[in-house]
Design a protein around this ligand. Structure first.
Ligand SMILES: *Cc1c(COP(=O)(O)O)cnc(C)c1O
Length: 382
């Protein structure tokens, strides 16, 4: 078999060599506990605080508005549950709004808050291109609404949401805004002043950093109930000895991502448009998500009367790593909730395919992938 082709950068990305290099000393010589008074501790603490400043500079916030977590999922959990519980305790209300296409890290947290903590929850629909409508947000806000959670860019269909407009609207009604920027951070600006959000989640492994580390931006003076209790780390907001090498890796990866963006984005756009151009020549195929207002590296499709899981397995046999949507759903025979939310019926929704390019993707790989997908879909139909 020829070299395998990885087109699943939305599921995870390889660790950038520069990031690994930045992390290495903190696995060996610089092993101190950042809470210790002595020099080993101070060095580790400096590394963590330097990383926090790097993130703050890129995200346009203050360093103490950032909490390090174990990844995108935990950041979403912390941002929603921690803030919702604290706001309710402050008698600010009991109602949460989110959308039908959020990542499970948000949806399952929101439904748990509804089913086990007694919050009211409104799940907003999206339009056929996966955009949340401002009019729906406006209509859903009630006097007791605390929080709205709307993702920055969708992992399955790439659509970018009008986060800025939603924040503006929410703030006129005294409602806080959380955004899941985990997928977006690899390519879009994560500037909280521009987005206007109060809470934002990111995770390093989506932008060439290590798995198992993330960050939560939480605007100062936002009430937050500590979800991990213990020592006083992260200013008492999340206990536990800091994961120093991974925090250093997170900051190095985000810095590198921002620095490389001017090179990466035009390349991603070019590779993705080639993919779309060829794949959409396949009969009974459609692009899912927004045609233009989407992540540059992201192409997603549905094919009528094709079993998406079988397609993925056949592509894997041909050496092509793709996805049908969220990595967490692989092996699940049900159509994705996100594709269903766009209004596709089962005959279309089961046949979804996501191809996402990245720094290592070459033009030759894209050509080869187009050829293989076209052939395999034809074989499956034939
Ligand atoms: C990957 C992803 C997550 C989960 O992040 P982990 O770091 O893998 O836990 C959450 N939301 C979105 C949009 C994602 O793409």
């Amino acid at each position: 078999m020829t070299n395998p082709i990885y087109l699943d950068y939305a599921a995870t990305t390889p660790l950038a060599p520069e990031v690994l290099e930045a992390m290495m000393p903190y696995f060996s010589n610089e092993f101190g506990n950042p809470s210790s008074i002595h020099r080993w501790g101070r060095k580790a603490e400096q590394a963590v605080e330097e990383s926090r400043r790097t993130l703050a500079e890129i995200m346009h916030c203050e360093p103490n508005e950032i909490i390090f977590t174990s990844g995108g999922t935990e950041s979403d959990n912390y941002g929603l549950r921690g803030v919702a519980l604290a706001l309710r305790e402050a008698k600010r209300g009991n109602h949460i709004i989110t959308t039908a296409i959020e990542h499970d890290a948000v949806i399952h947290t929101a439904t748990q808050l509804r089913d086990h903590y007694g919050f009211d929850l409104t799940i907003l629909p999206v339009d056929e291109q996966g955009c949340c409508r401002l009019a729906d947000v406006e209509a859903a806000i009630r006097p007791d609404t605390l929080l709205i959670s709307v993702m920055y860019a969708n992992n399955e269909i790439g659509t970018i949401q009008p986060v800025r407009e939603i924040s503006n609207l929410a703030h006129t009604k005294n409602v806080l805004v959380h955004t899941d920027a985990v997928q977006a951070a690899s390519q879009l600006e994560v500037d909280v002043t521009k987005l206007g959000v109060d809470i934002m989640a990111i995770g390093a492994h989506k932008f060439y950093g290590p798995k198992g580390v993330g960050a939560l931006y939480i605007r100062k003076e936002t009430p937050l109930m500590t979800m991990v209790t213990g020592g006083g780390q992260e200013r008492g907001r999340r206990a536990g000895t800091s994961n120093v090498p991974y925090i250093v890796g997170l900051a190095a990866a985000l810095r590198l991502t921002v620095d490389r963006r001017p090179n990466d984005i035009p390349r991603f756009n070019k590779l993705s448009s080639r993919l779309r151009q060829e794949i959409l020549k396949i009969p009974d195929s459609k692009l899912t998500g927004h045609p233009t207002n989407r992540l540059p590296n992201h192409s997603s499709f549905v094919f009528k009367n094709i079993d998406g899981n079988e397609l993925l397995m056949r592509l894997d046999l041909e050496g092509i790593a793709a996805s049908s949507g969220s990595a967490c759903k692989t092996g699940d025979p049900e159509p994705s909730n996100v594709i269903l939310a766009l209004g596709y019926d089962r005959a279309w929704a089961l046949g979804s395919l996501r191809l996402t390019v990245g720094r290592q993707t070459t033009e030759d790989e894209v050509e080869k992938a187009c050829e293989v997908v076209t052939r395999v879909v034809a074989q499956m139909r034939g």
